[in-house]
Ligand binder design. Sequence first.
Ligand code: IMP
Ligand code: MG
Length: 428
Amino acid sequence: MNSTLIIGSQFGDEGKGKIVDCLAEKSDCVVRFQGANNAGHTVVVDGEKFKLHLLPSGVVRKKRSLIGTGVCIDPRVLKKEIDGLKEKGIEVNLGIDPRSQIIMPWHNVIDVGKEEALKEKNIGTTRRGVGPCYADRASRIGIRFDDLVDENRFKEKLAFNYSYYKNICENILGKTIEFTEEEVFQEYFALGKEFKNMLTDVSIEVNQLLDKKKKVLFEGAQGTLLDNDFGTYPFVTSSHPISGAATVGVGMSPKRLERIIGIVKAYTTRVGSGPFPTELHEKEADFLRNAGNEFGTTTGRARRVGWLDLPMLRMAQRLNGFTELGLTKLDVLSGIKELKIADSYTLEGKKVLEFPYANHLVQKCKPNYKEFDGFTLEDKERDELRKNGFGALDENAKKYISFIEKQLKVPIKTVSFGAERKDTLTRD
Ligand code: IMP
Ligand code: MG
């Protein structure tokens, strides 16, 4: 198959970066289509950690990497990431769609100011200005990458945006804007110049690659439950981290999508506020959080942790149409005597299988758990797995995996049990 799409099926941080990295090896091109540098993808190569926020994970493999129009770009972050990779000896081969929106410095100010104004009802955003940038796209005042590279066009757009946002920031949010219009122009026009030669019509490039039967990997950021419509609104991100978004975020027909891989962490985590029916607290949570190193790649925040949740995953399956699943971080469950999976909820005395459409209903849901005997994945067992593959998995781990497959009616074709590429099992 030529097109493969990687989608987070939970709240993001499912370990997509690693799976993308493994698949990138056999791809000609890796494409991002939504989100921004709110994302954090960790890729480990021979013990060396690469933390990416904006660049497609394929850059580590030195593959052609594309950022589609659906992505918001903070050019400061882009520069930092490209320079950081250069220092490690990696030259990026990057193409950027000129239609992509630019995160301007006032977007960060608005992101923080709005969170503060919401007080205890804050969303817990990554404060990277992503929501305000997407809002500008929808209200049609956004600055596109194409504008950054033309002096007159940029000056004209900047004049409106700067005074508009200075007014909002200072007079509504009570925040001082510490940069002048001229300073913004100088810095961002220089950044535009630096990346000008990377601009490419990503829609045309991707469609041509697929016409030529090249292998293209589409890399989703965040996760299904953070979808702007279908997630736990308003505790969601501002883009659509679901499969359909790849078509509009790149500029291609839905008919182009062939293999759609849903990435499922073997348990659930969430950063930021919002409902989480299977959430664990205190000691139980500490164990999973530490074992899984569940601290944000982007913000360093401790992630909330809980058991695997099938009503959530059923919704993810319905929205994304996964053709297969990749189960990650199975090793983190090693040593837990009794594992649990929520296979349904009880809502107002009734059993429900599907994730409810609104938070006020989700908050009333009590998970019903199915219990599983635990397994261990110590060094010896891990070596065994690397040598002998899927069949060498502990019987209890196999039971856990096949329960998920049966419930969701999708095969789990990849299992990841460590951060390194070699800690990955695959089967047809
Ligand atoms: P925003 O995307 O920065 O506006 O944040 C909105 C919500 O999405 C917050 O709960 C964030 O913690 C969450 N979020 C955004 N990006 C990611 C991600 O890459 N992984 C996990 N959570 C994310
Ligand atoms: Mg992440």
